[in-house]
Design a protein around this ligand. Structure first.
Ligand SMILES: Nc1ncnc2c1ncn2[C@@H]1O[C@H](COP(=O)(O)OP(=O)(O)O)[C@@H](O)[C@H]1O
Ligand SMILES: [Mg+2]
Length: 350
């Protein structure tokens, strides 16, 4: 279990000047541990013949979710940003006019090219950065209110790209205990939280394993367990699957779905389209602004727009469009399995 000193010396996180700079002195740093008539041809609806115009996806408008403002203090939204603008150097704005509302319990994917502002936005959701303009509320708490920093950090847990940047202790159980310990969770409850969190990520029995000897996927799951041990409502994963092998990515996605079913809000920043396709909603950032915000079936089928934004097009979508061009009457899919099912149906009806 955790050693008696609550602060480990020189954790990797402590050497992260970016994060450290944003942490007010008075607040303990918790663990911040990713058509008409016929059915809409751009969706994977399975009945009816697809409309060949579906291939002309550049003509479809980019969906934009309305983001109605909640009453001040409302806890209905997990995260709400209003006219958020932010500049690191006081000169160039890397986020501008960002107004989004993520309801509690939603699974949202955030996409965008390199430098589009995804990580900067994520850090605003965790009160690691403060807006220069506009505001950000997390579960109704304004991130600019220093008195709320503690509750925001404990309720919005971050998992970063590289687990080595996040793991702080040499033993798994000490690592998982680090966040709740910093939150002041009493020692008798720590053991229970550590054990529960490890079991939730599928690492029962790993308590006394050396973190350094784990695989990348296991390390990332320890990082997630460390965040879960703080019992957050919101899990923010900033490209947390990008260093994992396909099996590790799949397992982490399954864990996110499980946590989502248990009621957690999931904000997953990713550049894997197949992961984004599994979310309930996709937000695309471009040059620090929201370029698109809608259901995956609406957003991820816009191949021209995605290419314009330097993003991949989901493989199932590309394949559906190619098949349509060759006269195969399929809908445009974003999930390979649903495309496969439709092709099998077509084949058996032929
Ligand atoms: N600590 C920093 N100091 C100065 N500029 C930064 C810092 N972090 C990111 N930036 C700049 O802000 C912009 C957005 O970066 P970031 O949010 O990391 O984008 P993304 O996560 O989408 O790749 C980029 O132009 C990046 O160079
Ligand atoms: Mg980033």
């Amino acid at each position: 279990m955790p050693d008696s000193s609550p602060q480990k010396s020189m954790s990797p996180r402590e050497s992260n000047s970016d994060l450290r700079a944003a942490v007010p002195d008075s607040v303990p740093e918790p663990r911040t541990a990713a058509s008409d008539g016929a059915p809409d041809p751009r969706t994977a609806a399975s009945d009816g013949a697809p409309d060949p115009r579906a291939a002309a996806s550049d003509s479809a408008p980019c969906p934009r979710n309305a983001a109605p403002a909640d009453a001040p203090g409302s806890r209905d939204a997990a995260v709400q940003t209003h006219d958020l603008a932010f500049s690191y150097d006081g000169d160039t704005f890397v986020l501008q006019d960002v107004t989004i509302r993520i309801p509690r319990g939603e699974f949202v994917a955030i996409l965008g090219g390199n430098g589009s502002g995804k990580s900067t936005l994520a850090k605003h959701m965790n009160a690691l950065l403060m807006p220069d303009h506009g505001n950000v509320t997390v579960l109704g708490h304004d991130t600019a209110d220093e008195e709320s920093t503690y509750v925001i950090r404990s309720q919005a847990g971050m998992v970063f790209q590289n687990p080595d940047d996040q793991l702080v202790a040499s033993l798994v159980e000490n690592d998982v205990a680090f966040g709740p310990e910093n939150l002041g969770v009493p020692a008798n409850e720590l053991r229970q939280r550590v054990d529960e969190s490890l079991s939730e990520v599928g690492l029962e029995g790993f308590q006394t394993r050396e973190t350094a000897a784990l695989s990348g996927g296991q390390k990332q799951r320890v990082a997630v367990a460390g965040v879960l041990a703080m019992r957050p409502d919101i899990l923010i994963l900033d490209e947390a699957t990008s260093m994992l092998d396909p099996q590790g990515r799949k397992k982490l996605m399954e864990l996110c779905h499980q946590l989502h079913r248990e009621g957690k809000t999931i904000v997953m920043i990713t550049h894997f389209m197949e992961e984004a396709a599994q979310a309930q909603r996709v937000i695309i950032l471009n040059g620090g602004r929201v370029a698109c915000d809608g259901a995956p079936e609406e957003v991820l089928t816009q191949s021209d727009l995605l290419e314009h934004l330097n993003l991949d097009v989901p493989f199932a979508c590309t394949l559906s469009l190619e098949l349509q061009k060759r006269g195969v009457p399929v809908h445009v899919h974003i999930h390979p399995d649903s495309l496969k099912e439709e092709l099998c149906r077509l084949h058996s009806n032929a």
